[in-house]
Design a protein around this ligand. Structure first.
Ligand SMILES: [Fe+2]
Ligand SMILES: [Fe+2]
Length: 137
């Protein structure tokens, strides 16, 4: 299996909302767990359990974040929600092919890259928006 780069938490990941930061941190930990189990390739059950736990926490984070953005009146809410929905759709379509030999690699690669890109990208856009708002008061 090609080596994948692990996604590590850093201050650059912070969105300035403690509840969402804690969820992102936890998701990043779970991504690390998933990668570890996928790469060791010894016990399939562990990788499966790690993926299941990641999916559970990911969905609960996405819903919570959507609620927070909606309640706080984030102007780019619709675009942000659409990105989450793209993740959900892509994940579901990848999971239809769990029998493929490269399933573990494909799914781990997808979730790791998506979360890295999203937390450091679109999530930072709402973080900047809300930080700007709080200094205007
Ligand atoms: Fe997020
Ligand atoms: Fe998000």
């Amino acid at each position: 299996m090609r080596a994948m780069q692990q996604f590590e938490w850093s201050e650059k990941c912070s969105v300035g909302i403690p509840e969402l930061d804690a969820q992102h941190r936890h998701l990043i930990e779970l991504l690390g767990e998933l990668m570890k189990h996928m790469q060791s390739g010894e016990v399939d059950g562990l990788a499966e359990a790690a993926l299941k736990e990641l999916n559970r926490c990911a969905e609960s984070h996405l819903q919570r974040e959507e609620l927070v953005l909606r309640v706080r009146g984030y102007p780019s809410y619709a675009e942000h929600k659409a990105e989450h929905d793209t993740y959900r759709t892509k994940l579901a379509s990848l999971q239809l092919h769990s029998e493929r030999g490269d399933f573990g690699f494909r799914i781990t690669n997808f979730v790791t890259e998506w979360w890295r890109f999203h937390v450091l990208g679109s999530d930072q856009e709402y973080a900047r928006f809300f930080r700007g708002q709080s200094t205007k008061v």
